[in-house]
Design a binder for this molecule. Structure first.
Ligand code: PMP
Length: 406
């Protein structure tokens, strides 16, 4: 491994605690990651020394807060290699980014009979806003199916594309199964068909280098809290010429150029999409999380996670009663599984007794569970602070669970 993992783990104060008298093993990173001290400190220093509303103050604190907020926008632009900071819109998170897009894109571009494509693997956040739009506009939603391993069937995708297809909305990495989708290929095919593409990057940005210009995606959404940053803040990236054409999502302060009862005109990008007082503290926390990832090197973080995922997969394959759910060729940091004859909820409960945090259930992805003929899974999802020793502890706890349940 390229970096000293102990030094990395030491930066996360929450991990020092014991749960049920065992050192905490946190394997619920797809739900939310833990935060390094530098993120916690950045948020605290904002409230301690320069809390102030931004963009409209002439006083020192407001100027300082505005500069820090706008500096973060530039930092996010560089992090995902957007071509302009005007293409970076701060939102509450991935869900908010997708709802913004579904409304604004829908109002601008979707007419009766138009089509939108999603996949069978999506999180509900990348299904329901499109269903709501289709209902509003009498448009149609189509779904790219998967094979039994949880890989998208690209030939079926090609069949679905047609001249009515306006948008393809697809996860970069599946939160339920860990499948890493061939997004570049999907984007190229969509563009050949003159359709636009949104990538839901909630499970990708902390695990692999994202370059929106290289991908050539039209929109990209992600959440800070899944990349070591705070909750309540996220990003919608969009190509400038497209964002400029879209209707605003919410009306209010900041998003306007001028207001009168006769006619209101809207502010320029990105402010047109940021109505109201923004979440300045958590924007600054997001910047600290980007600094954390860049300081450690995303390739180094990904190398740790891949090693842990491969090790866990190999260890699980040795246990007869375990069935791994989601066996795609390309995966990132998620291991979903079932234990024959034991309910996932019971497994999660026993693992918790050994201080191990996993998630059980359908992972907000009911359609893929239904496709695989199951109700849910147990999901272990990894981050840079997870180790092979922790996998050994989970394996021992699973053997104990199997003994207990017979
Ligand atoms: N998409 C994917 C793939 C996710 O994993 C999640 C979070 N589990 C979301 C969207 C929604 O993200 P948030 O709850 O941060 O808005």
């Amino acid at each position: 491994m390229g970096i000293n993992q102990q030094q990395l783990i030491a930066q996360f104060p929450i991990l020092k605690q014991q749960i049920n008298k065992y050192p905490l093993v946190y394997f619920d990173n797809a739900a939310t990651t833990q935060k390094p001290q530098m993120v916690i400190d950045r948020i605290s220093s904002y409230y301690t020394s320069f809390n102030s509303n931004i963009h409209r103050g002439v006083h020192k604190l407001s100027q300082k807060a505005t500069a820090a907020y706008e500096q973060t926008r530039i930092h996010v632009k560089d992090f995902i290699n957007a071509s302009s900071s005007k293409e970076i819109i701060f939102t509450k998170g991935t869900t908010d980014s997708i709802n913004l897009l579904a409304f604004s894109f829908g109002e601008t571009f979707i007419k009766e009979g138009d089509e939108i494509i999603v996949t069978e693997l999506e999180h509900h956040s990348n299904i329901v806003p499109w269903q709501m739009l289709c209902e509003r506009k009498k448009a149609k939603l189509h779904v790219i199916p998967v094979n039994d391993k949880g890989e998208l069937l690209l030939d079926k995708y090609a069949d679905l594309l047609n001249k009515r297809t306006r948008l393809v909305a697809i996860a970069h990495v599946s939160n339920a199964l860990g499948t890493l989708n061939p997004v570049k290929e999907i984007i190229d095919l969509a563009h050949q068909n003159k359709s636009l593409v949104l990538i839901d990057g909630a499970q990708a940005v902390a695990h692999l280098k994202v370059d929106v210009q290289e991908l050539d995606c039209d929109f990209y959404a992600f959440s800070s809290h899944k990349m070591y940053g705070p909750m309540g803040i996220g990003v919608l990236y969009g190509k400038k010429d497209l964002l400029e054409q879209l209707q605003p999502y919410q009306g209010g302060g900041e998003m306007i150029e001028s207001v009168s009862f006769e006619k209101t005109t809207y502010n320029e990008l990105p402010f047109k999409f940021e109505a109201g007082t923004p979440n300045v503290a958590d924007v600054l926390g997001l910047e600290a999380s980007i600094e954390f990832i860049q300081k450690e090197g995303i390739e180094n973080l990904a190398a740790i996670e891949n090693e842990v995922l491969n090790y866990a997969t190999a260890e699980f394959q040795k246990i007869d009663r375990i069935q791994i759910v989601g066996t795609a060729q390309n995966k990132a940091s998620v291991l979903s599984f079932l234990i024959d004859g034991i309910h996932p909820y019971d497994v999660g409960t026993i693992l918790n007794q050994f201080g191990i945090a996993v998630r059980t259930g359908n992972h907000c992805a009911e359609p893929i569970m239904k496709r695989l003929g199951i109700r849910g899974t147990i999901r272990a999802s990894f981050a840079c602070y997870n180790t092979k020793e922790e996998i050994d502890r989970m394996v021992r706890a699973i053997h104990k669970t199997i003994e207990m349940f017979g």
